[in-house]
Design a protein around this ligand. Structure first.
Ligand SMILES: *[C@@H]1O[C@H](CO)[C@@H](O)[C@H](O)[C@H]1NC(C)=O
Ligand SMILES: *[C@@H]1O[C@H](CO)[C@@H](O)[C@H](O)[C@H]1NC(C)=O
Length: 299
């Protein structure tokens, strides 16, 4: 730099000398000036040589420096290129990875949506099943209680059936003759058993004895061939007369008397038939006279 400034100053001074030399005495001073100018020119040339050397040196120095810089630049470029390629590769890799992840995510999302839908469907089904189950439960409970009630009813009925004896009888007269009450009332014993389920009728005494408290139906039919004596029949409960029927005629033609009663009897109550004093009946062993009865229901 200093060399360049010196060069500039020299050039300037040369111009100034040229301007000064324009005058009338120019020619006179020509010779002395010529000498000075030569010295100056030499100095100038030397300086130029020095300057060139400096310049060359500077250029060499700069050249070496540039080469180093160039090398470093090249190296840096290479490194940058490597980094670029590495970055590019990793970018591509990352992109692939991101794409994969995106795809996976999308697939998972789809699967999740599907699962959610299925879950919702399952939940709805579960709720329906719960409702149905509850309904079935209620129905089952109702049916169970109904069944229990029915079972109780059946048991009660069984008990009732077991505790209610079967009672039904029919009895007739074995005698083919007149049955005549003398001066005393006669107990009518129909000794021929036709039916005697439950054995409540005794064919020795002629008594029907109620085996349980209940409602019974008891009836009779009797015959007489009327000529000289009145026919008559009565039904008694525990010795108390419930019915008294009689008939009188002398035409000798058979006449029937028949009646029956629905009776509420206590266990042990006795019902029987009888004939009052001086009355009579007749039978021909064809069951004209019968005594029947049966239990309607117990109480
Ligand atoms: C009378 O009753 C008894 C006992 O039930 C029976 O053995 C007998 O045969 C009965 N008599 C007639 C004539 O039915
Ligand atoms: C009928 O009654 C008589 C007299 O009470 C008794 O001796 C007899 O055992 C009874 N017959 C039946 C089959 O119960």
């Amino acid at each position: 730099m200093r060399t360049a400034i010196s060069l500039l100053m020299l050039l300037y001074s040369m111009c100034a000398v040229q301007t000064e030399s324009q005058g009338t005495e120019a020619v006179a001073a020509e010779v002395s000036t010529q000498t000075d100018r030569s010295a100056e020119m030499k100095e100038l040339r030397d300086m130029l040589v020095e300057l060139r050397a400096t310049l060359k040196h500077t250029q060499e120095f700069l050249g070496a420096d540039r080469m180093a810089v160039q090398e470093r630049l090249t190296d840096t470029d290479r490194k940058v290129a490597i980094l670029h390629s590495v970055l590019g590769a990793s970018k591509a890799e990352m992109k692939t990875e991101v794409d994969d992840l995106k795809r996976e995510n999308a697939a998972q999302q789809a699967e999740l949506t599907l699962l959610k839908t299925r879950l919702a469907a399952s939940e709805a089904k579960a709720i329906n099943l719960k409702v149905e189950n509850a309904e079935h439960g209620a129905e089952l409970t109702a049916m169970k209680s109904k069944l229990a009630a029915t079972e109780t009813e059946v048991k009660n009925m069984e008990k009732e059936i077991k505790s209610t004896p079967k009672v039904a009888f029919s009895a007739g007269l074995t005698d083919s003759k007149f049955i005549v009450a003398g001066s005393n009332a006669l107990n009518l014993v129909l000794s021929r058993i036709i039916t005697n389920v439950g054995e409540a009728y005794n064919n020795t005494t002629g008594f029907f004895t109620a085996p349980v408290r209940g409602v019974y139906y008891l009836r009779f039919t009797v015959l007489d061939v009327l000529d000289t004596q009145e026919m008559g029949i009565r039904m008694l409960k525990n010795g108390q007369q419930l019915i008294w029927l009689s008939e009188y005629d002398t035409d000798g033609i058979g006449t029937y008397l028949s009646s029956g009663l629905t009776l509420q009897l206590e266990e042990g109550d006795v019902v029987n038939l009888g004939i009052l004093a001086n009355y009579r009946l007749w039978d021909s062993s064809s069951n004209h006279c019968t005594f029947s009865g049966f239990l309607l229901f117990s109480l």
